[in-house]
Design a protein around this ligand. Sequence first.
Ligand code: ZN
Length: 372
Amino acid sequence: MSDYYEILGVSRDATNDEIKKAYRKLARELHPDVNPEAGAEDRFKEVGRAYETLSNPEKRQVYDMGGDPNGAAGFGQGFGFTDIFETFFGAAAGGQRGPTPRQRRGQDALIRIEVDLQEATFGGTRELQIDTAVVCPTCTGSCCRPGTSPQVCDVCKGRGQVQRVARSFLGQVMTTQPCARCHGFGSVIPDPCLECSGEGRVRTRRTIAIKIPAGVDTGTRIQLAGHGEVGPAGGPSGDLYVEVVERPHPTFTRRGDDLHCTLEMPMTAAALGTTVELETLDGSEEIDVRPGTQSGEVVTLRGLGVAHLRGAGRGDLVVHLSVLTPKALDEEQERLLRELAALRGEERPAGRMAPAQGSGLFSKLRDKIAGH
Ligand code: ZN
């Protein structure tokens, strides 16, 4: 990656104001409308990219740490500089006066990807094939057949607009309209590029690598600046949005950044206490089941849930214990259980009403689940 500080000619500890000033000065010098030198436009784009990154504290931090602030490895021409340019210098020329630029920003694109819980928790990278528009390799966006060039429109003389005098009952009124011959561009292309039919861009399929940050969830959108379609006449690319859809996991249910699962155990183990191995996303964990455990009790494993997308740390893994009553007892087992019941004076037990919801165990449980 290029050195953005060097491109803007500022020191690594430059303030936001210094960065802004440096960008403003360079952009004025290099803008393609004022600087016809070869390479000026490329430098203009480069300066825009450098400014886009360094003026944004989050992107600057990522960049300073050696990362790619646009989240995708080594790909493409992430411009996005037109917006910045316009904020500084006002709307692009061509609004009410002057010709309409042929180059326009490309459309944003949206694609959806499925991730599993493992990827949502720890993040990852993914190669994606996308159908998009790229700069035409034959005319490099000029829209002209190689060796030819646009010609100034002879109707509007390059102004892109024609004035008409209309007579109305108010008298003579001057109206301005886009030139019909050049569609307001101020120039015509007598010999359009054959590959792109004079569009300056062609459709293609390309593969990009995207980084999936830890903590994404269904509905999370990852923005890849400048990875959308290239615009007409090779205009700057739009952005690509990657929307995440999380596949359900067979045993873990996600609520926010917490994970919930149910661990079933035999009645005898719940009564006597034991330790149980539980396969978490981080590997095997031992769960302590204390003697006398009831169905519905929970054990919380701190920090073994999904990473927080914004901010550090992870949610919890909440294990709901479920006690299984033995079925299909053989003679010996039934005899032993009856013996146990007799010992505990439980041969004809009276059922006991549990507290209503909103008090005692139920509310505590509910709070625990809803608390995150
Ligand atoms: Zn072309």
